[in-house]
Design a protein around this ligand. Structure first.
Ligand code: PLP
Length: 406
């Protein structure tokens, strides 16, 4: 039957992050105690009041199709969030709710990209963007950002990458995999580019929106520049409840932007998934409207864990690492170790080899930088129980000591 697979599929790779996760699960099912620093999800449970809202919705018979683009009360709550957080006014026709931010992105690319139209991504990038754009027949254009520069947005390179085929610049901050947040000069630079190139639009993937540890004054956002509807029609927000509310399994994401684009996204969604789960929507509504106090507790825990992992990483001779200000990732550069040998004299040629070595010898799972377009790096998630993180750090330090040039 493999001859039935379409040519289009040949250019699409399976999500490699999920592959590593499944290998880790397999080791765990074989009773090997692997500590997962690989998967991008919170270690905390979904808040209990959110779970109860879902149970209530089931019991009360909220178990049928909903509005294609999500229940009106959920879309209105998302509008209120934009108004409360940023004083920006959106109505429910400018919002779509889908099965995770992933589906929002796929719908968005699907309804806006003609063949060979371009999406500019900053490298390192979240790999699903690349696969989705390719799947739809669009073209990805990469703009590099580098560790030495704390992964800052190079506006000269960004401008040079704009062509008459550019449809979107896609920015994801706080960033997966680097944890970088956006700075004022970067935002202002992008706004100047949007003014200069009116055919270019901006996607802002803010799935890690509330997960920042920036020092006061450092953090900045596009929303604060959007007063009086400035650029409102050209900026499309991607967000969801997965990361902030520890709700990855519930599959609720949302998009906010131009109503014509939203309308087109509703059409494609109506023919694919009809609507996101009615029960998950009830849970997401409860998450979005209720107190966010618990986030502060999670943030304090993540900040502490980031520091533990960061201090350990930079204590390893040869490792270079930026201290991330958001999300729950660190993305150190291990290029010093490429070419080194394990005790068994096996050469570590790539970050995939290094990730595999750490999985086998330190029993920790990480994501190789190749996945994000940076082959000298590894991505570590520190969203893990603190005791486990301590063990992972000791194992990591020992495993790295066991590598040498001869
Ligand atoms: N955007 C980024 C940058 C992500 O890291 C992820 C998940 O890892 C998503 C979007 C997808 O989120 P969801 O689980 O809501 O589909």
């Amino acid at each position: 039957m493999s001859s039935c697979i379409s040519k289009r599929m040949l250019s699409i790779k399976q999500s490699q992050t999920l592959e590593i996760a499944s290998k880790t699960r397999k080791m765990k099912s074989d009773n090997i105690d692997v500590i997962s620093l690989g998967v991008g999800e919170s270690e905390f449970d979904t808040p209990i009041h959110v779970k109860y809202s879902a149970i209530k919705s089931i019991v009360e018979g909220d178990t049928k199709y909903t509005d294609v683009g999500g229940k009106i009360e959920l879309r209105e709550a998302i509008c209120k969030k934009f108004s409360d957080d940023y004083n920006l006014s959106y109505n429910s026709d400018e919002v779509i709710v889908s099965a995770g931010a992933k589906q929002v992105l796929f719908n968005l690319f699907f309804v806006t990209l003609n063949p060979a139209e371009e999406v500019i991504l900053i490298k390192p990038y979240w790999n699903s963007y690349v696969e989705m754009v390719n799947a739809i027949g669009g073209k990805v254009v990469f703009v590099d950002s580098v560790q030495e520069d704390n992964f800052s947005l190079n506006l000269t390179r960004l401008e040079a990458s704009i062509s008459d085929k550019t449809k979107w610049i896609l920015l994801n901050y706080p960033n997966n995999p680097t944890g970088k947040i956006l700075l004022k000069n970067e935002i202002e630079g992008v706004i100047l580019l949007l003014k200069k190139y009116p055919h270019v639009n901006l996607i802002l993937d803010e799935i890690y929106e509330y997960i920042t540890f920036n020092s006061a004054g450092e953090y900045c956002n596009f929303q604060s520049y959007m007063k009086n509807n400035f650029l409102k029609d050209r900026i499309f927000f991607i967000n969801g409840v997965s990361k902030t509310y520890s709700m990855t399994g519930w599959r609720i994401g949302y998009g906010v932007g131009n109503s014509d684009i939203i309308k087109a996204m509703r059409i494609i969604q109506s023919h694919t998934t009809s609507n996101p789960s009615s029960i998950s929507q009830a849970a997401a509504l409860s998450a979005i409207v209720s107190s966010k106090e618990f986030i502060q507790v999670h943030l304090e825990s993540w900040r502490k864990k980031r520091d533990i992992l960061f201090d350990a990483l930079v204590s390893i001779k040869g490792v270079k690492c930026s201290k991330s200000q958001g999300a729950f990732y660190l993305f150190p550069d291990f290029s010093y170790f490429l070419g080194q040998l394990t005790k068994e004299k096996k050469e570590i040629k790539t970050s995939v080899d290094l990730s595999m070595y750490l999985l086998e010898s330190a029993k920790i799972s990480t994501i190789p930088g190749e996945v994000f377009g940076k082959k000298e790096h590894l991505r570590f998630s520190y969203a893990v129980d603190e005791k486990k993180l301590d063990i992972a750090v000791s194992n990591l330090l020992l495993a790295m000591k066991n590598l040498s040039f001869n």
